[in-house]
Ligand binder design. Structure first.
Ligand code: AHR
Length: 672
């Protein structure tokens, strides 16, 4: 079937083979199938998760109420209040002491209530169930009080702004949790949640705390769970590793505002909030209402890693506040003799993840519902750190961790830059300290991705391995952000990650998620609004790699060299893996040129018993417009398409064409 498609493609393009950009004899790629390949690390390819762009609160974390515990600097941020509503601060949760008191408004015709705006509105879907919950007690003369909660569409011409309502009777003077489930009759992206004190009369009073509104249906049904559609999009990337919780939020602008994992575990009601540094980092994209509730905390991160089959990779503060945001002269960092609590946090984290249930932190994990260990194997110490301040701190962590947990692999930083003096000095220091992996970051322009597919070909094979922990191609010159060409360049570059599987053990595109109304940084891999999720072209590139990662990498050359878009290689990039479980060879080719090119992929030294099947499966990602991108309105404009090449294989050589500006994955099966 593909041969006729292939012919049509060539003919429709008006291209006889003689007019192709480069003829097959120029583009002969050779796979050495007789060689024992390099094992593909189980940790490829990964996810980098950070609560930036409303990725956690307002994103992956399914909670729909913003400032549910009234702990933001302005306790009513996110809320409108009506009538007699006051803030109190002696609530039942020590680390979140605020709550609201609703009382008689002074006249039975007035109202007392409050309304939450959600995260850019509250998204609900027709026919889906939602759980309203609240901690409450009566505080006036009456033993019992009634509250109503309503989903409202304020900008409606209808009689009633409320399109769904429920009631809760509060029947005790002691704090208790109450909940009610409602079903939304409509789909609405921007509802609000109104709560009213019913039956007004003097002497009334009711206290409310931790007001929550959650979809019943979450990823794997967890009550304090994740938004299903976003979580599934991440799961479908088949990640080998899941890095959390960032990024810069690990460091904090000040040490006080660093991410402290201990604040993110235990009952959600008692997890203290933290201002999100992405709230103010870019004054041109200011989100004063961006806080971290820690409802999505370390327990949830570990659980999610487990459920999507990824190795958990937490990153912790090394006692350095964000070096970008601080002048070292003001000494914002923990001194060397002040590191003990930071080191203890690292040790306790390992105990939380792996410790027996009778250890202090293993017990906390068990009480949260996971007595079995999470099998933590990797720990990042510090995010983007540099200067002599970093190695002298890292060594303190390493000694303590290796003494108590010698099997934990430690990831150090090479700073925020992809090369240069700091980068080189940090790498030298990481080698000297003998860390297990070094985290490299490169948010780079197109030419970097085009010219550096051989970046790791010359890396030393001994010593620390590489975690390409944050990277993305950033279009320059006014180009769009998640445009197809950026993804194509990433695909080309990633052939070099794949080829160097003995050096690059992990790699994750960054950032991962962004709310279309709440982003601070782009491009991002997955965009969403309150109801929809959009996978970018970069997402599909990651997915094509992760779902076709094979079990071992084989040598693939053109003109005797790795295929990395170098001179004489006609802007082609390629790598090959074998999947011994599925009996497949998988060849990835990116054609950055504007020409359709004929290519030959020749399998040499095939084991004698192996026979390649004549039909080859080919999945491509292509757009005629390099600057096109998927959008929430048109999420499927550019998606991979699969076809079959029926007669392209002869004498163990696949001869075919690859379209201009195309990423292609060829799968050849073999019998033995
Ligand atoms: O991904 C966005 C930010 O980029 C990360 O927080 C940080 O590590 C890097 O500078």
């Amino acid at each position: 079937m593909f041969s006729s498609l292939f012919n049509r493609f060539v003919l429709a393009a008006g291209l006889a083979l003689s007019t192709l950009g480069a003829a097959a004899q120029d583009n002969i790629m050779t796979v050495d199938a007789g060689k024992k390949g390099i094992p593909v690390p189980g940790t490829m390819y990964g996810l980098f998760f950070e609560d930036i762009n409303f990725a956690a609160d307002g994103g992956l974390y399914a909670e729909k109420v913003k400032n549910r515990s009234f702990e933001f600097d302005d306790p009513f941020m996110g809320w409108n209040i009506f009538g007699n509503v006051t803030i109190c601060d002696d609530g039942p949760f020590e680390r979140n002491p605020h709550y609201v008191r609703l009382a008689y408004p002074g006249h039975p015709a007035f109202v007392t209530g409050l309304e939450n705006e959600g995260f850019f509105g509250i998204g609900v879907e027709e026919g889906k169930e939602y759980r309203f919950s609240v901690w409450a007690r009566t505080s006036g003369d009456k033993e019992k009080e009634l509250i109503s909660f309503r989903l409202c569409k304020n900008a409606t011409m209808g009689e009633d702004q409320a399109f769904c309502r429920g009631y809760i009777e509060v029947d005790s003077r002691e704090w208790k949790k109450y909940e009610a489930v409602i079903t939304s009759p409509i789909t609405e992206a921007k509802a609000s949640l109104r709560i009213f004190l019913e039956h007004l009369s003097p002497g009334q009073g009711i206290d409310l705390e931790h007001i929550s509104f959650f979809p019943v249906e979450t990823f794997n049904g967890h009550e304090n769970g994740l938004r299903k559609d976003i979580a599934e999009a991440l799961q479908q990337l088949k990640p080998g590793v899941f890095r959390f919780p960032g990024g810069c939020i690990v460091e904090g602008t000040t040490l006080e505002t660093r991410y402290q994992w201990k604040n993110s575990v235990g009952p959600v009601e008692n997890r203290p909030i933290n201002m999100n540094r992405w709230n103010y980092t870019f004054p041109n994209r200011l989100y004063p209402d961006y806080f971290q509730s820690y409802g999505l905390g370390f327990y949830e991160y570990f659980l999610f890693s487990e459920e999507i089959g990824a190795e958990p990779l937490p990153v912790i503060s090394c006692g350095l506040a964000c070096q970008f945001q601080n002048d070292p002269a003001t000494d914002p960092h923990a001194a060397l003799d002040e590191l003990d609590p930071y080191v203890q946090d690292a040790l306790d984290l390992i105990e939380f993840a792996n410790g027996d249930t009778d250890t202090q932190w293993g017990k906390v994990r068990a009480e949260m519902g996971h007595p079995e260990p999470f099998n933590l194997k990797y720990l990042g110490v510090g995010n983007e750190q540099w200067s002599e301040l970093y190695p002298e701190r890292l060594v303190v962590f390493m000694e303590a961790i290796r003494k108590q947990y010698p099997d934990i692999k430690i990831i150090g930083s090479s700073g925020p830059y992809r090369d240069g003096k700091d980068f080189d000095e940090l790498w030298a220091a990481m080698r000297e300290l003998d860390v297990d992996l070094v985290d490299e970051h490169y948010y780079a322009e197109e030419s970097f991705f085009e010219n550096n597919a051989d970046r790791y070909d010359g890396y030393p094979r001994k010593g620390p391995k590489v975690f390409a922990g944050e990277y993305a191609c950033h279009g320059v010159d006014g180009k769009k952000w998640n445009h197809f060409n950026a993804a194509l360049l990433e695909a080309a570059f990633m052939t070099g990650l794949e080829r160097n599987a003995d050096v690059v053990l992990m790699a994750s595109y960054a950032p991962l998620l962004a709310h279309v109304e709440g982003w601070q940084w782009r491009p991002d891999m997955v965009w969403f609004d309150n109801l929809h999720v959009m996978r970018t072209c970069s997402y599909y590139v990651q997915q094509l790699y992760a779902c076709n990662k094979g079990t071992e990498v084989l040598p693939l050359t053109m003109n005797g060299r790795p295929v990395a878009g170098k001179e004489g290689q006609n802007q082609l990039y390629a790598s090959v893996v074998k999947d011994s479980g599925k009996n497949e060879y998988i060849v990835k080719v990116a054609n950055l040129s504007s020409d359709l090119q004929e290519i030959s992929i020749c399998f040499t030294r095939l084991p004698r018993r192996q026979k390649l099947a004549p039909e080859v499966c080919c999945t491509t990602l292509h757009s005629d417009n390099s600057l096109a991108e998927n959008t929430l309105d048109k999420p499927d404009q550019i998606v991979p398409t699969t076809s079959h090449i029926a007669d392209g294989l002869k004498d163990n050589t696949l001869t075919t064409v690859i379209g201009p500006k195309t990423f292609a994955v060829y799968k050849l099966t073999y019998s033995e």
